[in-house]
Ligand binder design. Structure first.
Ligand SMILES: NC(=O)C1=CN([C@@H]2O[C@H](COP(=O)(O)OP(=O)(O)OC[C@H]3O[C@@H](n4cnc5c(N)ncnc54)[C@H](OP(=O)(O)O)[C@@H]3O)[C@@H](O)[C@H]2O)C=CC1
Ligand SMILES: CC(=O)N[C@@H](CCC(=O)OP(=O)(O)O)C(=O)O
Length: 353
């Protein structure tokens, strides 16, 4: 059976990556791609990579009938998505949101970091979309969808995905001090900031430059703390790097008091065991570090882990911010919710050189 899929915000960076994945997906058929600014224009005219691939044109959000869609992906900014999801769910579509609007479980926390939530009742209903770490929520959503319910998935953000994949196995194994700060330093490519250039992301300022931003104030802090159970202990510092695509997060995890210091080989074995059932996450051999270039253009994640003689674990996670960090993860979640193999349409491997 083929499911009908729509993308809202399809002309943005995450949205057009959804179009790229869905154009080749064997079970989802892309039937609608909205862009208010570019409505009426063929996708291939705006993004020539689609020449000869699809004749679909962008439509307006208001003018698109999503009633016939089985699934709608929202690739619009946070605060816009929460205004769109209720009507789509009421029309019977399953909604996979890439924005931050349905990630935080507590509406008060959402309000503290974003704005008052306009659909707080949906926060409890939304499954958190990071399959390797919240598979139970997605499995429950898949059961509800199979029973006829339109379900809602709030996909994890890009920094939270790389950071949590790197840190979760050590934390969940009880190796990490539950009273000490956890430090995550992360580097993102410029597509992470979306299509609209700002002074920070303008080529002349972003090229040949790396800088930290949002120090101590970045909105992904509560999301990462929620996933990892860190409750006010995360020191998260994002950096912008002159890459188109790619995100690397390096997490420094202090060992819990009384825990025998593991070797790097023991940590690699622990991590491999943790991700044994996760086909899109690869744990690097001891001494080998994840690379953003090795996952660019894919929905894969690479995770590295090492024991440090200072009594900490250093774990790193590399993803493509548009792939595993956004569109790829959205499709992976949709695959699970629709009972498909989670890698369906996501088998791409990176360009090796
Ligand atoms: N870029 C990334 O690496 C990641 C992005 N995300 C999330 O995905 C979503 C899309 O991000 P991204 O593709 O980078 O963003 P872009 O700015 O590149 O694209 C956003 C798109 O949404 C459309 N849109 C619809 N409604 C609104 C609105 N009310 N205000 C502004 N734009 C609107 C835009 O305009 P129009 O309809 O006129 O074309 C545009 O095409 C965001 O929520 C983002 O946080 C998540 C993880 C990573
Ligand atoms: C480089 C850059 O600016 N990145 C964005 C985060 C990427 C993103 O889109 O955030 P979500 O994952 O929450 O949707 C930022 O720091 O706000």
């Amino acid at each position: 059976m083929t499911y009908r899929a729509g993308v809202v915000g399809a002309a943005g960076f995450a949205g057009i990556e959804l179009v790229r994945i869905l154009a080749r997906h064997p079970e989802f058929e892309l039937v609608a791609a909205t862009s208010d600014a570019l409505a009426g224009t063929r996708i291939a005219q705006v993004y020539p990579a689609f020449t000869g691939v699809t004749d679909l044109a962008f439509s307006t959000h208001e003018g698109t009938d999503f009633g016939s869609c089985d699934v709608v992906f929202l690739a619009v900014p946070h605060k816009a998505a929460m205004g769109m999801a209720p009507d789509l769910l009421a029309a019977g579509a399953t909604v996979v949101d890439l924005s931050a609007d349905f990630r935080l479980k507590d509406p008060a926390v959402y309000e503290q970091w974003y704005a008052p939530h306009t659909a707080p009742d949906l926060l409890a209903r939304a499954a958190f979309g990071l399959p390797e770490l919240t598979g139970d929520e997605l499995a429950a959503a898949a059961e509800r969808r199979a029973a006829g319910e339109a379900v809602l998935v709030g996909c994890a953000g890009c920094y939270p995905t790389a950071t949590s994949l790197a840190a979760a196995p050590a934390i969940r194994a009880g190796l990490v001090d539950a009273a000490a700060p956890v430090v995550a330093d992360a580097v993102s490519g410029v597509t992470g900031a979306g299509k609209k250039a700002t002074e920070r992301t303008h080529f002349c300022f972003a090229n040949e430059n790396v800088e930290a931003y949002g120090v101590g104030t970045h909105r992904h802090t509560p999301e990462i703390e929620q996933i990892l159970g860190l409750e006010g202990r995360l020191v998260f510092t994002p950096h912008l790097a002159p890459l188109n695509r790619g995100l690397l997060s390096t997490v420094t995890l202090p060992l819990a008091p009384g825990v025998k210091a593991p070797t790097t080989e023991e940590l690699v074995a622990l991590y491999r065991d943790f991700y044994e059932m996760s086909p899109l996450v690869s744990v690097m051999d001891a001494g080998v570090q994840p690379r953003t270039a090795s996952v660019a253009g894919t929905c894969r994640a690479q995770v590295g882990v090492a024991a440090h003689p200072a009594g900490v674990i250093v774990a790193t996670g590399a993803i493509d911010n548009l792939g595993k960090g956004a569109a790829g993860q959205g499709v992976q979640c949709a695959n699970i919710v629709f009972g498909l193999p989670e890698t369906c349409g996501l088998e791409e491997i990176a360009n090796p050189v």
